[in-house]
Design a protein. Sequence first.
Length: 314
Amino acid sequence: MVDDPPPDPRAWPLPSPASGAPPRRRTPMSVWITGGGAAAVALVALIAFVVLVTQPLTAPAPPGAEDAGQQPIDVGIQPKYAPIPELDLQSHPLYTLAPPATSACPKPELKPESSDSWEAFTAEVGPCLDDIWLPLLQQELGLRPPPLDYNVVSQAPPENSTDLDEVLAYYSSEDNSINFVLTNIRRYSARLPQANEPGVWLALFGHEYAHYIQRHTTILDLSAKQEQDATEDKALEFSRRTELQADCLGAASLRALDLYDSEQAQRINTTFNAGGHSTTHGSAANARHWFTTGWNTDELADCNTFAAEAALVS
């Protein structure tokens, strides 16, 4: 791992739309961590989200059919897919909720150089995050997100970033998974003081889980649409608002796991969000601000980065 941070990833491959669906986008997710001269990068993958319309379609009755006692003919058209409902990113229903309540989750162990240890770590932490978030989404918003898959992989997909040696983890909505890149984690953890302390890894996990929440509340798709329709500078701003919100929601997750006090959480924040500026994810100072906000929040409206002033998402 080199001491200088890698070039800021800015390329967003945009495949051509097919069948009228919005184009898919993969956004490099950068979290610079320079406490030991290292940098961490995670990825977010987006695909178009659709709502199933179940109303069957029937053919109109021919002239005189009613008089003849005939019924409309079912032409056998299968249910159609329609675009997602128009929701406002600044007044999304997610912001009406309280943060998840604390849950007695046991503190997990992790040897970051070990694939088996990562598999055990995700098998333990994943259900804990589900326990604090899914009842909230189900009971308050009526959502039923599909379960996540967790994978330990050797490398990141090459189409996602030019800085593949720095990718620690990424969320992919193509298969609804969070993926941890073991080769890069080993390189990074060798330079991280107390690498076996799971706090920073839980922060990384919480950030990626936040993208899962954004995905299934349509926030990712709505933000992606705004980016696609905007100028480059404005698109970068929407990317930063999305990623800084994930920092905020991830910190709310960390607090709900009830494993650290406030002083310990701020040490995790300092390590996780150290470093320089990213045009796609904002400054380290703003990342730390939103992490602190998420840790202290009493309502998820505090994580509404889409309504925040520009200085807080720069």
